[in-house]
Design a protein around this ligand. Structure first.
Ligand code: 4AZ
Length: 248
């Protein structure tokens, strides 16, 4: 996240961190390679690019829910889950100019029986143009930086119209959503991919986008491109099995 600030503990309790399982000692802090969001007690929404088969198998990483500060090892708030199955959107495609249907759902192994905080998704396809939005993640705070922040970051961005989005990027469809900052100071960045873009609706946070791609981070005229959640609701709902979506 570029141009953002620290979140408060528990402010975005549905936030997921995807962490590689590795041989590094447990004492060393592991930065997440991607973000995600808990949409049911047993399902995490993320980007397909985070978990595409050629890069990830379900046993190679874990999903941490409710983390705030990776430096705080005594923290008891977070929970780690293994992934039972990865469901990549069947129409996920990568082109030289961008990504299409860049979303995936992770089915958690042994989901908790209690009621964890899940994020709301839009009830139906909606127009969020002009809405103030927030994007959260542990991605780098400056483009090209090597180390990621330890505390979950948030930043305010504006949702752009599709017309304005097309002025910056080729091949934008209604399954994309652009959000950024006119001054080129605020954006999502490397490591934030898969995390949620949230809009406040009727006093609740509703996830309208998934961090997907963009040219640089916080470049003036190049907003972040997000997978548009509201255009994928039927597919998402179809992956949840016995669970139902937490609607608005
Ligand atoms: C990246 O490099 C990346 N501002 C992620 C998100 C965005 C740009 C780049 C969107 O992974």
């Amino acid at each position: 996240i570029v141009g953002g600030e620290d979140t408060e503990p528990g402010e975005y309790a549905w936030m997921a961190a995807l962490i590689k399982k590795s041989s590094t000692p447990p004492s060393s802090t592991q930065s997440p390679f991607c973000g995600g969001s808990l949409i049911s007690p047993g399902h995490v929404l993320t980007a397909a690019t985070c978990v595409r088969e050629d890069r990830q198998d379900p046993s190679s990483f874990l999903v941490r829910i409710g983390e705030h500060d990776f430096a705080n090892t005594s923290e008891t708030e977070h929970r780690d889950f293994n992934v039972a199955r990865i469901h990549i959107h069947p129409n996920f495609t990568e082109r030289s100019w961008g990504l299409y249907n860049d979303l995936a759902i992770l089915e958690l192994d042994n989901p908790s029986e209690d009621e964890p905080a899940t994020v709301c998704l839009p009830k139906k396809a909606g127009e969020f143009k002009g809405c103030g939005a927030v994007v959260t993640g542990w991605g780098v705070t400056q483009e090209g930086e090597m180390t990621q922040p330890l505390i979950l970051q948030q930043v305010r961005v504006d949702v752009y119209s599709q017309e304005k989005c097309r002025e910056s990027y080729q091949g934008i469809t209604n399954t994309h959503l652009c959000a950024g900052d006119e001054n080129g100071e605020k954006d999502s960045c490397q490591g934030d991919t898969g995390g949620p873009l949230l809009v406040g609706l009727e006093g609740k946070w509703v996830q309208v986008g998934i961090v997907s791609y963009g040219i640089g981070c916080a470049w003036p005229g190049y907003p972040g491109v997000y997978a548009n959640v509201s255009s994928h609701l039927p597919w998402i709902a179809g992956q949840l099995g016995p669970y139902t979506l937490n609607g608005t």
